[in-house]
Design a binder for this molecule. Structure first.
Ligand code: SF4
Ligand code: NI
Ligand code: NI
Length: 707
């Protein structure tokens, strides 16, 4: 059999399996039974993206069979073979969708099955920043559990998001690989068809971030090929079905690397039998470059350890967290005051704690000197301490400033981890990420109680206070430069964020100071200054300079943006926004919903459904994606009446912003504004929300009409 014949055979098997599963499901539930995946606004994503059709019932699914059939044309050329691969992908989606019929939850821990929209959105920023440099799909079974663990851990250590399909999941469990989204190892399911869940991930990335129109298959395939850095490892004996699924991956632009004998297709289907080279070959095939910083510490160091928790019974040493004083500080110093790579530990180290470990106070001071270093960059760099320390295997970091909380695990201690290693990590990573700013870095770690307390009061606290004062004084009026951020263009090519002191990027991760530091680090990079110049409309927030920049950088897709209104030419959204704000006409106001909230909103749509109409770099008056912190900014909906327009928010978001909301309420002259905002406990239907707003006398009800 030729490779093409194998693919066609596999596709036909997929088609047959799909027909019989569907028939079986219809027999059981009837044609009118609803069919859907959980927590998505994109129906059955593969079918929706490929054909533009939303599938609602099992009867609709029958129609999809014709699509699969039409994609299988048995001619001996690559194009037809790839189409047959897509047919397998669609058939797999039908089969998987049938598993969910009748409200069933077909996947059990650790397998996840279908991946919700919100997870994809939350991965937007790490994917664009290269924090997650790629997505590996590992299907099948390695020769041994050790081989499997080696490959998975190697990807994990490089920050790659690894998804698993088939027996490899058991091999990973057997070798105690840490699994879950926080470890970037996600078991999808045991059946080959569960690979559809990563296909639909890639496809929804195109719909969410790329604004690809459902039904535009060529553009879709172009997007996944160019922008979704995924690849496949097909391990162990290859069935026809797996080979045809592989052809589907190749059609999406994802190379397949296998440890089996097959006829190679240059760049696309590659044989690599040496397990020491499998990872390297795969990364090269997809063109993924990994930046490695070698850090001399006795435990692992990788972003994949970020989510790792050190629980009480695994803990050896603890600092802060309310039990001892712990704080951290990045300071700008003169070049003459810093000795590069000096790492000093003042006070007892953790090996003085005795066999059972214990608590110590802690101060971490990172002194940075460099020609381009500015005091403004201190908080930007200081916030990174949290991530860098968390990336250490067996070390947990929570909080910042003087509410820092660090735990070191027994196994890290036993491996030889000591406090100076925190210094090594901070030294290496600060230079690595802030090379253009930091010429010299020195780290001082103090555990001497007296000194920790003394320096907190004399050095750290005054610094924190001075910074807060600087931030409070930073208004859009007080600066002459805004920034554009284009980071998300790698996924959302038409999207441009405008970042100002009072409006942070919609991902919540890029403040004006961050943008400024990013520009300083890389003057030709994603953040570029916009000299404000003449203001066209101070209320709506319209500047000639912004319009020009947006027109240029969106390649003409957007020519006008008003940064202080949701009603007219609002800022576009990429897809990774923390919150969405949308008009609620019945209340003459707006609701805000955050990504973490899965329930219904008074607009009759969930976050996911609202988000699906708001992303992709298009302007949608009446709807806008934004960061959490923007809500309590004075510039939030400034032209539309400001914070007073907010009538509903999920409880969790409201709680998180409580102090700020109360404070801003008072500034607006409303004593109890916080209590006037409805949440899901008041209701998620317009009537009960309006009834509540009327009862509490919410200001939005008596404001000028929004339209
Ligand atoms: Fe993306 Fe905007 Fe955040 Fe930049 S500021 S990373 S463009 S969402
Ligand atoms: Ni960690
Ligand atoms: Ni984004």
């Amino acid at each position: 059999m030729t490779l093409f014949d194998i693919i066609f055979t596999g596709s036909e098997q997929a088609l047959e399996a799909c027909k019989s599963v569907l028939e079986q499901t219809i027999k059981e539930y009837g044609e009118n039974e609803k069919v859907s995946f959980p927590n998505t606004a994109y129906s059955l994503p593969t079918i929706y993206a490929a054909t533009g059709q939303k599938i609602n019932t099992l009867a609709d699914l029958k129609g999809a069979i014709g699509v699969i059939e039409s994609l299988i044309v048995k001619e001996q050329n690559l194009e037809k073979a790839l189409n047959a691969g897509l047919a397998t992908a669609v058939a797999a989606e039908v089969i998987e969708a049938c598993k969910y019929v009748g409200g069933k939850n077909p996947y059990e821990e650790p397998c996840v099955g279908f991946i919700p929209d919100t997870v994809i959105r939350s991965l937007g920023v790490p994917l664009v920043t290269g924090d997650i440099p790629g997505v590996a799909v590992v299907i099948g079974e390695a020769p041994t559990a050790e081989d499997a663990a080696k490959v998975i851990k190697d990807y994990q250590s490089k920050g790659i998001l690894v998804t698993l399909v088939g027996k490899i999941i058991d091999q990973a469990i057997e070798s105690k690989v840490k699994m879950g989204l926080e470890f970037r190892v996600v078991p999808l399911g045991y059946d080959v068809t569960s690979v559809t869940h990563i296909v639909s991930f890639a496809i929804r990335a195109a719909l969410i971030f790329g604004n690809i129109k459902p039904g535009d298959l060529p553009e879709l395939l172009k997007y996944t090929k160019e922008r979704v850095p995924a690849f496949v490892n097909a391990l162990g004996p290859l069935s026809e079905l797996v080979v045809s699924a592989g052809a589907g991956a190749i059609a999406l632009g994802f190379p397949v690397i296998t440890d089996q004998d097959v006829q190679e297709v240059p760049m696309n289907l590659i044989v690599q039998k040496d397990y020491d080279k499998l990872v390297q070959t795969s990364l090269e095939a997809r063109g993924i470059k990994i930046k490695i910083t070698e850090i001399p510490i006795p435990v692992g160091f990788a972003p994949a350890f970020e989510g790792e928790r050190v629980r009480k019974d695994e803990m050896f040493a603890e600092f802060g967290g309310g039990r001892t004083t712990a704080w951290e500080l990045v300071r700008k110093r003169d070049l003459s005051e810093v000795e590069d790579h000096k790492i000093e530990v003042i006070g007892p180290d953790i090996d003085t704690l005795g066999p059972d470990g214990g608590k110590l106070p802690l101060a971490i001071i990172v002194d940075v000197a460099g020609k381009n270093m500015e005091e403004d960059f201190e908080p930007v760099m200081e916030r990174r301490i949290h991530y860098f320390v968390n990336y250490i295997e067996g070390v947990m970091h929570i909080g910042q400033r003087d509410i820092a909380w660090v735990r070191i695990s027994k196994s890290a201690y036993e491996a030889g981890f000591r406090l100076k290693h925190i210094g090594e990590v901070l030294y290496a990573k600060m230079l690595d990420e802030f090379g253009n700013i930091a010429d010299k870095v020195q780290v001082t770690i103090i555990t001497d109680k007296e000194q920790v307390e003394k320096l907190l009061n004399e050095v750290a606290r005054p610094k924190y206070e001075a910074r807060d004062a600087r931030l409070a004084g930073l208004t859009d009026e007080s600066v002459d430069t805004f920034y554009s951020c284009l980071l998300c263009q790698s996924f959302a090519p038409a999207h441009v964020c405008i970042v100002t002191p009072e409006r942070l990027g919609l991902c919540g991760a890029v403040s004006w100071l961050d943008a400024k530091a990013t520009y300083e680090l890389n003057p030709t990079g994603p953040c570029q200054p916009i000299v404000k110049g003449e203001c066209l409309d101070e209320v709506k927030g319209s500047w000639e300079s912004i319009n020009k920049r947006v027109a240029e950088q969106s390649h003409g897709a957007t020519t006008k943006v008003n940064i202080y209104t949701i009603m007219e030419d609002p800022m576009t959204s990429c897809g990774c926004f923390e919150c969405i704000c949308g008009i609620m006409p019945e209340a003459n106001g707006v609701i805000i919903v955050n990504r973490e909230y899965h329930g219904m909103t008074p607009l009759g749509m969930t976050f996911g459904e609202l988000a699906s109409t708001t992303g992709g770099g298009v302007q949608t008056p009446g709807f806008m994606g934004h960061g959490r912190q923007f809500i309590t900014s004075k510039k939030f909906l400034y032209a539309d009446g400001g914070l007073k327009r907010v009538v509903w928010m999920p409880k969790e978001l409201k709680e998180a912003l409580k102090d700020k909301l109360i404070e801003r309420g008072k500034e607006m002259g409303i004593e109890n504004f916080y209590d006037m905002i409805a949440d899901e406990e008041v209701g998620t239907d317009p009537d009960s929300v309006v009834e509540f707003l009327t009862k509490v006398g919410h200001p939005a009800l008596s404001m000028d009409p929004m339209f």
